[in-house]
Design a protein around this ligand. Structure first.
Ligand code: 4NP
Length: 161
């Protein structure tokens, strides 16, 4: 089992998009049972709120379904998870501060897996949820490719059983 936690600021736009997009990708790959996938925010601003309607709409337009209730990341989320995938550099710094040096190796920026150093385009400020979708989808695909190189045998086994 590989555990993955997507992280953004509010946990109502980018990180629940990551959670639901990645869940759909691994389901399509026949690997749903190999993963535990969730998301959270670095802030408490939106705790208890559901996915922001424009984010939900763009997900639905791409055939991605599901719901999420916003929550704030806790240290135990980092301790208990294999991969923490942040949407931007501020999220990364906040999570690294919470993680401490012992757990910093689990923390990545999502688009690092596509070979880019930039952030996921933030739709809260741009209003461009389609662009955010495209960035997050590319990041999730590239992350899965990375996992095949890291955990290939385990994932192949899971797919066959
Ligand atoms: P998210 O978007 O971090 O992608 O969920 C935001 C949601 C709320 C706020 C900022 C970004 N806010 O400032 O309340």
């Amino acid at each position: 089992m590989i555990s993955v936690n997507f992280v953004c600021l509010g946990n109502i736009c980018r990180s629940p998009m990551g959670e639901l997009i990645f869940k759909k990708i691994v389901e399509e790959e026949g690997l749903a049972l190999s993963f535990e996938i969730t998301s959270c925010g670095t802030s408490s601003y939106e705790v208890g709120n559901c996915i922001y309607p424009p984010a939900q709409r763009v997900l639905k337009s791409h055939g991605v379904c599901g719901s999420h209730t916003a929550r704030q990341i806790q240290k135990r989320d980092i301790v208990n998870c294999d991969y923490i995938l942040c949407m931007d550099s501020n999220n990364l710094l906040d999570v690294l501060r919470l993680a401490g040096s012992e757990y910093g190796g689990k923390v990545y920026k999502l688009l690092a897996f596509t070979g880019e150093s930039r952030d996921v385009a933030d739709p809260w400020y741009t209003g461009d949820f389609e662009r955010a979708y495209s960035d997050i989808y590319s990041g999730c695909r590239a992350f899965l490719q990375f996992l095949f190189t890291q955990h290939g045998a385990e994932l192949d086994y899971d797919r066959r059983h």
